[in-house]
Ligand binder design. Structure first.
Ligand code: ATP
Length: 250
């Protein structure tokens, strides 16, 4: 395997429950790798292990060939792993730009070095502006985040993630609760981000997944039952019977 991020035999137990069981996958720059599965399949637990929020019980995570399994979350953010959450993590009373700037600052090597203000401020401000530009939110940068539409808030989540200048994007259900138009906007954004990022996408919207992903991994009860390109997954008999409704794939 030669992906930017490689995951080997990742397992996480919660007491007697094996939430993630011996999962291996890789993320490549230029690709969206979608992870799908029913509720409780282990998708969020997998993302949490990749971002460093929870430790694996077993297995290894490599980033550009370096073993980062033991690195804490803050260090992984510095190493270029960014993530968005199912629940929103926006500060609603701050502007869109302030939210991005704070995200950039939090991911900088010395966020506590407030005496280095001027230079650090300039850097995080530039990163915020670039992230807002990339997500098409520049026109809304001065808006108080709490007043944005649901779709714009989810885009802002991605912008906050981009402000940390990641190489790997871990996106947990970025399309949740979105209408058709907002979904289209987000998919266009993901297409734009693809060439320079390795993207892991956990998403329940199957139409979106099959449209945007180069590779799809299907999890059931913590284990991978299939992994391949959308065509292979669509026609995999085990996937059809275990997870996806026949009519959904027709
Ligand atoms: N901190 C925890 N302690 C105990 N069990 C947990 C914990 N986190 C997750 N689980 C369990 O691990 C399993 C996998 O959960 P996880 O949230 O990763 O699934 P998921 O695929 O993301 O589900 P969903 O699509 O509903 O978000 C579930 O049975 C869940 O109850």
């Amino acid at each position: 395997m030669s992906g930017l991020m490689q995951v080997h035999g990742l397992t996480r137990r919660f007491g007697g429950l094996v939430a993630v069981n011996d999962v291996s996958l890789e993320l490549n720059v230029g690709e969206v790798h979608a992870v799908i599965g029913t509720n409780g399949a282990g998708k969020s637990t997998l993302i949490n292990m990749l971002s460093g929020e929870i430790a694996p019980s077993q297995g290894r995570i490599l980033l550009a060939g370096a073993d980062i399994t033991q690195r804490p979350q803050a260090r992984r953010a510095l190493d270029g792993i960014g993530r968005s959450y199912q629940r929103t993590t926006i500060f609603p009373e701050f502007t869109a730009r302030e939210n991005c700037r704070l995200a950039a600052q939090a991911a900088s090597p010395r966020p506590w070095a407030f005496w280095q203000t001027a230079q650090a401020c300039q850097r995080s401000g530039d990163a915020a502006d670039a992230a807002l530009e990339a997500t098409g939110l520049s026109a809304l940068s001065a808006r108080v985040a709490g007043t944005l539409s649901h779709g714009a808030k989810r885009q802002l989540e991605v912008a906050m993630c981009l402000a940390t200048q990641p190489r790997v994007l871990l996106l947990d259900e970025p399309l949740a609760g979105m209408g058709a138009e907002e979904t289209e906007r987000m998919l266009t954004l993901l297409e734009r981000l693809k060439p320079r990022h390795a993207v892991l996408l956990v998403e329940h919207d199957m139409d979106a997944v099959f449209r945007i992903a180069e590779r799809i991994t299907v999890m059931v009860n913590g284990s991978v039952i299939a992994s391949g390109n959308p065509h292979a997954i669509r026609h995999d008999p085990q996937v059809r019977s275990a997870y996806l409704g026949e009519e959904e794939l027709a």
